[in-house]
Design a protein around this ligand. Structure first.
Ligand code: BGC
Length: 478
């Protein structure tokens, strides 16, 4: 078996790695801001533009609105599709810089858009930046982190996603009185500029550098982000793993990688089809039907955003202690239970009063359970379970699936409510959460405390048995 090289002995830490991770986590802020801001902005975009034509073709205004809203998700699908390969080619750091510029330009275009068409263009460009950021943020942080704290550091990215959503809700609230949607959307330029400026001073991923044949640069980055005693061991471990790989893109579909492709794609789909973004995008609408007035429902939405952030903090603190699986399974069990209650509350007659409060409470708890489990664990796991040489590509594929799921759920939610009612729709998401629980229980591995190279060695061992172990696993001696 492989011994832990860099994890278990690493009691002292180099504080610089926290700075690098926190800065790179601003990628999540772009993602979250983009997710949270549009529902507020759309209320006023409607007043500025006649939403009846696009490029001269007349259209139903609700379609035009749908295109504006989903433009960013389409952009994110494109960005994620390209992002994996680009992260492998350009390097992780450079892609973060490119993503920040693209997001900045997209936000600028939206803020000054003279027509609906230009606004849609801005949404797509902005989305491409988010697509890049959603692949490369967790990827970069996982590769720069020591194993023992990797879970917390990568989950900072989910913490900034949730903070971005909350900040966007507050920005919407602040600019709502004047209906200043251009400010709402344009403010995305701020985190993009900070991310760009900060990343100029951050190092490249040591694992990517090594793979490019730049061993001395990799060593230098490790010595900036580790204590002295950890550098040699970790470098040896990286060397051994990379030397044993063929490094073709086809590796992604090799039998020994395929189980993790199933895990990644499964997590990506379940993270979306269990309904989280119906709450992120439509919370005020859902809350209004539980008896809240307009303004109260917007404030309660801010409350939901806050629960999301607070419970993500809990996950960040726990994830390297309890491990990924306990959080994931507890989170999914809780989501299933809360969706069952939510469906029941909507099923009963007379939603106001006590039942209205039960509905609101279960909605908040549902978000809380997502935030300690499926939210952070998905992004963390997909940055951990793939072998180095296909990591970027694999994350790209899985992230595309996640964004596609996001798009499908947000486009179908209102229609599902028409057909099955709110209770039926929440029960459907509840049934899918239960399925997700079974899937995760059976297939998702525990990666706590193991180095990325050990996780990879385990994968080979499972697929090829002990012979592979003798030849391929990490060597622990000098
Ligand atoms: C998901 C997003 C979601 C967010 C909510 C993320 O992990 O990928 O789709 O909007 O969590 O906190």
């Amino acid at each position: 078996m492989t011994a832990t090289l860099t994890g278990d002995t690493a009691d002292e830490r180099n504080p610089f790695v926290y700075v690098v991770a926190a800065l790179a986590a601003l990628n999540g802020l772009l993602f979250g801001f983009d997710t949270g801001v549009i529902s507020g902005a759309m209320l006023y975009v409607r007043e500025t533009f006649e939403l009846t034509t696009i490029l001269g073709y007349s259209m139903n205004p609700s379609y035009v609105e749908g295109i504006i809203v989903s433009g960013a998700m389409i952009g994110a699908i494109i960005g994620a599709a390209l992002g994996g390969r680009l992260a492998d080619r350009l390097g992780r750091r450079r892609l973060i810089l490119v993503g920040a510029v693209v997001f900045f330009v997209g936000s600028l275009i939206m803020a000054i858009a003279p027509t609906v068409e230009v606004l849609i263009l801005g949404r797509i460009v902005d989305g491409i930046g988010v697509g890049f950021a959603s692949v490369v943020g967790p990827l970069y942080i996982s590769e720069i982190s020591p194993p023992k704290i990797r879970g917390s550091l990568v989950s900072l990215n989910q913490l900034t996603i949730t903070s971005g959503i909350l900040i966007a809700y507050l920005v919407n609230y602040a600019f709502a009185a004047g209906g200043e949607w251009r400010w709402m959307l344009g403010l995305g330029m701020v985190p993009a500029a900070v991310l760009f400026a900060g990343m100029l001073f951050m190092p490249e991923s040591p694992r990517w550098l090594y793979e490019q044949g730049r061993e001395s640069d990799a060593r230098e980055v490790l010595s900036r982000t580790r204590t002295e005693s950890q550098v040699g061991a970790e470098l040896r471990e990286i060397k051994e793993t990379i030397r044993t790989e063929s490094g073709t893109l086809r590796d992604l579909f090799q039998p020994w990688v395929r189980p993790m492709l199933v895990v990644g794609v499964g997590l990506a789909v379940f993270q979306q089809v269990t309904g989280i973004n119906t709450v992120m995008y439509y919370a005020p609408t859902i809350l209004e039907s539980t008896g809240f007035e307009d303004t109260a429902s917007i404030l309660a939405t801010v409350g939901i955003g806050a629960v999301n952030v607070v419970m993500t903090v809990v996950a960040v603190l726990l994830i390297d202690r309890t491990g990924r699986r306990p959080l994931l399974l507890t989170g999914l069990a809780g989501m299933t239970g809360m969706l069952a209650v939510l469906g029941a509350a909507f099923y009963l007659p007379g939603l106001s009063g006590v039942i209205g409060w039960v509905a609101t409470g279960s909605l908040m708890l549902y978000v809380g359970f997502f935030a300690i489990g499926l939210g952070p664990v998905f992004w963390l796991m997909i940055a951990e379970i793939y072998p180095m040489e296909v990591r970027g590509t694999a994350m790209g594929v899985v992230t595309v699936v996640n964004w596609a799921g996001n798009l499908v759920v947000s486009l179908t939610f209102l229609r599902l409510v028409d057909v099955f009612g709110q209770s039926g729709t929440f029960w459907l998401y509840g049934a899918l959460s239960l399925l997700a629980l079974v899937f995760c229980y059976r297939l998702v591995p525990e990666t706590k405390g193991r180095s990325l190279e050990e996780i990879e060695a385990d994968l080979r061992e499972t697929a090829f048995g002990s012979e592979a172990e003798r030849t391929d696993v990490v060597q622990t001696d000098d």
